[in-house]
Design a binder for this molecule. Structure first.
Ligand SMILES: NC(=O)c1ccc[n+]([C@@H]2O[C@H](COP(=O)([O-])OP(=O)(O)OC[C@H]3O[C@@H](n4cnc5c(N)ncnc54)[C@H](O)[C@@H]3O)[C@@H](O)[C@H]2O)c1
Ligand SMILES: [Zn+2]
Length: 316
């Protein structure tokens, strides 16, 4: 893909793969390299890579010379259907993920699902986790579509081209529609955080060794249980979501190395905590999110979060 970008005229700046490189250190090196190379306000950045590259390069673009345009060319499924859409850019800090960042929309998003042909299966499944999240917050029909096509979607060697394209098309439409209604996340965009309050806590407790999609998969099961314990959702919703996740070979239980209280503690550094209160985006049913009247941000007592975390160790 880099060859198609005519490297002679487009200088290449690279980072080592890995969430740990979505950092201020990388931001600082890249901005220095751009300055050293003499790039001015009239330049633009192409972010070619997974979500790590997209978030980091986007943040470089948001801040370089007070903001220059950038193009998202996502190459992982997760980046194609989620990270590249919606204008959130940023880097991680020791205190948590994405805590330093900016809203900066790409001028263009270019998605070629053929890039998925080389994506390792584990990363394909990470993207599927976000697609399942999109389905849960959107409609039962979306959930059923994934369920019906799951085997082909996670097939060794990649999904058939038409199916990969449809997956991307459906999910870009879902994410773009939510962002268009609420760019700054004051209401409906919060529904995209389903699974993420617990997911981010687990991801950060793992020292980012547990991938984002896998962490969110566990987060969705715990948060669906939490919704049931808060009497917002039916008690079988968590099981329905967990069985689809399991079929996608995604984890559904909190790793044994993490205590429930450590996960609870880690949720407090999440951006979704407001004045010390941690808020959740919780489903009421497939395709229906709870708490519309309070902007889809639901606080939960510690004891109930601990119960939901504890329960998610048991086999569903
Ligand atoms: N900005 C947002 O709204 C948003 C939304 C969701 C997630 N994110 C962020 O996205 C990041 C996760 O993104 P990710 O899952 O793409 O992880 P990633 O960028 O780390 O990519 C996963 C791995 O796949 C490799 N890879 C990417 N494309 C490939 C391809 N076509 N062939 C072979 N290997 C390829 C990468 O080098 C990396 O090793 C997290 O930092 C998360 O916070 C941001
Ligand atoms: Zn996510």
């Amino acid at each position: 893909m880099t060859a198609a970008l005519a490297p002679a005229s487009v200088p290449l700046f690279t980072i080592q793969a890995g969430e740990e490189n979505k950092s201020r250190k990388s931001w600082s090196r890249l901005t220095d390299e751009l300055l050293d190379a003499g790039f001015g306000r009239d330049s633009a950045i192409i972010a070619l890579g997974g979500g790590v590259v997209g978030d980091l390069a986007g943040f470089v673009a948001a801040t370089y010379m007070r903001g220059i345009p950038f193009v998202q060319m996502p190459t992982s499924l997760l980046a194609m259907i989620d990270a590249a859409i919606g204008g959130k850019t940023g880097v991680d800090t020791r205190a948590g993920k994405n805590l330093v960042g900016a809203f900066h929309h790409p001028a263009l998003v270019v998605v070629d699902p053929r890039a998925l042909g080389t994506l390792p299966p584990a990363h394909l499944r990470n993207g599927i986790a976000e697609a399942i999240k999109h389905a849960v917050i959107t409609s039962r029909a979306e959930f059923d579509w994934i369920a019906a096509n799951l085997r082909a979607l996670v097939r060794e060697g990649g999904a058939p081209a038409h199916l990969a394209e449809e997956l991307v098309r459906r999910n870009v439409a879902i994410k773009a529609a939510v962002v268009a209604r609420d760019e700054r996340e004051s209401g409906v965009r919060k529904t995209l955080n389903f699974g993420h309050t617990i997911g981010h806590a687990i991801e950060s407790l793992s020292g980012f060794s547990m991938p984002h999609g896998e962490s969110v998969a566990v987060g969705m099961v715990v948060e669906a249980r939490l919704a049931a314990l808060l009497k917002l959702a039916d008690s079988n919703l968590a099981g329905t979501i967990a069985s689809l996740l399991r079929e996608a070979e995604l984890p559904t239980a909190v790793p044994n190395s993490m205590t429930a209280s450590a996960v609870l503690e880690a949720t407090r550094s999440d951006k979704k905590s407001r004045a010390g209160t941690v808020e959740y985006a919780l489903p009421a049913a497939l395709g229906e999110m709870a708490g519309a009247e309070r902007g889809y941000a639901i606080p939960a007592p510690d004891a109930i979060v601990l119960a939901a975390l504890g329960a998610s160790r048991a086999t569903l």
